[in-house]
Design a protein around this ligand. Structure first.
Ligand SMILES: *Cc1c(COP(=O)(O)O)cnc(C)c1O
Length: 380
């Protein structure tokens, strides 16, 4: 017998109710039947993403939603600043370059978060900048930036702020309207408890002004103006992934019922327990400013990431993630997103102890689980 235990930071585990919802017989998409789901999903997305702005549902993964936002919000004559501290930060700079958008790509050391004061200074130095794009929770390094402070700075400077919240929306505290975030991008298969295939974008009135006047928008399919026009009628410009939208309604209902503050607390507890357990068994957290949605541990000397991950999978059915690019072989990552609770974290920690013990890492067996239990006991 082998249970599938998905601890990857996307895709994440999906509740059975959501899977079954998508398996039921369906109608055509140009119907009131589908419009009902679209309307409900859009309203619930506003609750989960904590915004009163329009939310659009894009067929495609999170990257599709990000690309739509980039090409819409950066008309000719604009200049974008991207902050790149990992794989996903880099992606947004690459997309901007590919579309010929004038972009200043600011790289920071992977595992660190941007200093908000750097952004403040840069915006003063380079007044041509019209928009800033960054990743709230950089999944590739398990790092969270101080979005609230950055939002205040960017809003004060009068620039547009686009945020990749793909592993923060629905998992971590996020208040885009209060913090001055114009565009929030997320996707289905991380915190929102769905399989991959949908992207979501919220758009502020300020951002709409720019998008609607962007006649040169080099996008036909990933065109936010078209999505907005159809969205106003609870419809989509092209054939939607309508079973995904139906599953989405179910998943969002579950999150809204739990309450976003409670969801954030649950995720924070899992992350705190995992980090504390790691410290108790001699594992170092890689990030200097850890995100609660995914924990990246540095691999202990003398042990291979590939062995840890293979044993987790073969012996316990646990799927984890390694590092990307230059972090390959250096870190491994365990997610705290999706259909997961504190008891699931104990499973991951227990399995990790078993695996590290077999691989010859020196620590007191059970110390991680004990430390994690204390964190949960103190927090509940
Ligand atoms: C997963 C992820 C993406 C990419 O999303 P896809 O759905 O794979 O296109 C972008 N940014 C972050 C922070 C992510 O975690």
């Amino acid at each position: 017998m082998k249970k599938i235990r998905l601890f990857t930071p996307g895709p994440c585990s999906v509740p059975e109710e959501v899977l079954l919802e998508m398996a039921r017989p369906f109608e055509h998409h140009r119907t009131d039947w589908f419009k009902g789901y679209m309307k409900h999903a859009t309203e619930q997305l506003q609750v989960v993403m904590q915004t009163k702005n329009d939310v659009l549902i894009i067929t495609g993964s999170g990257t599709a939603a990000g690309e739509a936002a980039i090409v819409g919000c950066n008309p000719p004559g604009s200049k974008l600043l991207t902050i790149e501290g990992g794989k996903f930060g880099q992606r947004w700079g690459e997309i901007a370059e590919q579309f010929g958008i004038d972009v200043h790509r600011h790289e920071i050391e992977w595992g660190t978060a941007i200093d908000p004061a750097w952004i403040e200074n840069y915006l003063q130095q380079d007044p041509a900048i019209t928009a800033v794009m960054l990743t709230h929770s950089e999944t590739s390094t398990g790092t969270l930036c101080d979005l609230e402070t950055i939002g205040r700075i960017v809003r004060k400077a009068g620039k547009l702020l686009l945020v990749d919240a793909i592993t923060s929306a629905g998992a971590l505290p996020l208040k885009p309207d209060d913090w001055g975030v114009d565009v929030v991008i997320t996707g289905a298969q991380k915190s929102l408890m769905l399989p991959p295939g949908l992207g979501f974008v919220s758009v502020s009135a300020r951002a709409w002004d720019i998008i609607e006047n962007n006649r040169a928008q080099p996008a036909y399919y990933l065109n936010l103006s078209k999505a907005r026009a159809s969205g106003a009628k609870h419809d989509t410009p092209f054939t939607p992934a309508h079973l995904m939208v139906r599953g989405l309604c179910k998943a969002l209902d579950m999150l809204v019922e739990e309450g976003m503050e409670n969801v954030w607390k649950r995720v924070a507890s899992m992350a705190a327990a995992t980090r504390t357990a790691g410290a108790a068994i001699g594992l170092e957290v890689f990030s200097k400013r850890p995100s609660d949605s995914v924990t990246a541990f540095s691999c202990p000397p003398g042990i291979k990431v590939s062995d840890i991950r293979a044993q987790l999978k073969e012996r316990f059915g646990i799927q984890s993630a390694g590092g990307q690019d230059h972090l390959k072989g250096k870190i491994f990552r365990i997610g705290h997103m999706g259909y997961m609770d504190t008891m699931d974290s104990l499973v991951a920690i227990g399995a990790l102890e078993q695996v590290l013990y077999k691989l010859g890492h020196k620590f007191e067996l059970g110390a991680g689980l004990t430390a994690a239990q204390k964190v949960f006991a103190e927090r509940s």
